[in-house]
Design a protein around this ligand. Structure first.
Ligand SMILES: Cc1ncc(COP(=O)(O)O)c(C=O)c1O
Length: 400
């Protein structure tokens, strides 16, 4: 039988396999050979979700009535719980019927929003550095990526004055993500108001992707606090990081009801509702009191001390005040790129640290350390990196 290669669809040509999907295979391979790689790269919380949430999931899954297809807009309890959560923590009042749509994680929301609004030839503004999925979704939809640079000098906040001088006539959608991943930058209320005004003036849909609002962040802010009825503004949120539920796939898109309707129009053709026990457990998770977030943050704060110690050991510099579950650190001049630093640490110390260029060219002189590993891993990573420091110096000397 002749086995002919079937060409993939054109839309896949501009999109590479997700960096972590490839890197994790490499790490798995090393681990299979008996190496014990310490992974300080991936932002998947290792801490447990709230105890009662798991109990609700189990009890609900035991009910044979709870295994059928679900409605396309999620159960009312979950929408009400998201509305109460936004009210309590962000001081944003949302209509649970029309302004809230539960999602299977915010990542799918990025795709659905893009597919619902972006045509071939439309442009999508994505941050550089930024979460790679914004650009991937734009390309998959047939749209064109227009990156906007963020820089340390500008506090990783968009330079709207300069952006406003470029041709924005084809831009349909703009992604922002504050607190920002990977840099940990925090936008204040004025920044968010300016962004809304900018989007309104240029007739652009503005989306804030907000999964890190509760991690090491004193004042969770929502873009929706500043909306008016006419703005084309929505926000994504997620239980992945706030409640240590990344594998559960629970998120939400909230905001302008006309946009939400169009997102449902696309999404309802993609899935058939979220498993009811997950929705019921997520409802419970959203009822957690503020001490839940405080407890997580005490752990993250301790880990961030280790992460900064490692950054210092590697002669990297970093900002003192950031939010989110990563430390973003600038590599010293001796290294030609963050990737060579990351590869060298993986090779010599069996510690994986994410090189910043996977988030865009503006990240090429930075590394990102994830706070999702236990204390023992941080201690071991510190030891391993201290012991190879001399080798690193020798390598750098050789390169020079
Ligand atoms: C900025 C950003 N947005 C979205 C996501 C995806 O979150 P979710 O698990 O809700 O799909 C991540 C995950 O790492 C992220 O860093």
């Amino acid at each position: 039988m002749i086995n002919r290669l079937i060409p993939v669809a054109d839309r896949l040509l501009g999109v590479e396999e997700y960096y972590f999907s490839k890197k994790l295979q490499e790490i798995d391979e090393l681990n299979r050979k008996g190496e014990r790689v310490i992974n300080l790269g991936v932002g998947s919380p290792d801490l447990a979700p709230p105890e009662n949430v798991v109990k609700v999931l189990i009890a609900s899954a035991e009910n044979p009535q709870n295994h059928g297809y679900q409605g396309y807009r999620g159960i009312a309890d979950l929408r009400n719980a998201f509305a109460a959560w936004y009210d309590k923590y962000f001081n944003v009042q949302l209509d649970p019927e029309r302004e809230i749509l539960p999602l299977m994680g915010s990542k799918e929301g990025i795709m659905h929003i893009t597919m619902a609004f972006v045509n071939k030839g439309d442009e999508v503004l994505v941050p550089n550095p930024g979460y790679p999925t914004y650009a991937a979704a734009a390309k998959l939809s047939g749209g064109t990526v227009k990156t906007y640079n963020l820089s340390e000098e500008n506090g990783w906040i968009p330079d709207l004055k300069n952006l406003g001088k470029t041709n924005l006539s084809k831009v349909k959608l703009m992604w922002i993500n504050y607190p920002h991943m990977p840099t940990g930058a925090i936008a204040n209320r004025e920044d968010l108001r300016n962004l809304i005004a900018f989007a309104y003036k240029n007739n652009i849909i503005l989306v804030n992707d907000n999964p890190y609002a509760f991690i090491l962040n004193e004042t969770p802010l929502s873009l929706l606090e500043n909306r008016t009825g006419e703005d084309h503004v929505v926000e994504l949120n997620s239980l992945s990081k706030s409640h240590n539920m990344s594998g559960w796939r629970v998120g939400v898109v909230a905001g302008n009801p006309r946009l939400i309707d169009r997102i449902v129009q696309f999404k309802s053709n993609m899935d058939s509702g979220m498993f009811l026990p997950i929705q019921m457990a997520a409802t419970r998770a959203l009822e957690e009191k503020s001490d839940w977030y405080e407890k997580q943050n005490r752990t993250y704060a301790k880990r961030s001390v280790f992460a900064r110690e490692i950054a210092t050991l590697l002669n990297c510099s970093y900002a003192e005040v950031t939010a989110g579950m990563f430390i973003w650190a600038k590599i010293p001049a001796e290294w030609d790129s963050a990737e060579s630093l990351s590869d060298s640490i993986l090779q010599d110390a069996r510690v994986f640290i994410t090189p910043g260029q996977i988030f865009g060219s503006q990240g090429r002189r930075y590394i990102r350390l994830s706070l999702c590993s236990p204390k023992e891993d941080w201690q071991a990573a510190l030891k391993r990196i201290s012991s190879i420091r001399k080798e690193i110096k020798d390598q750098k000397r050789k390169r020079a």
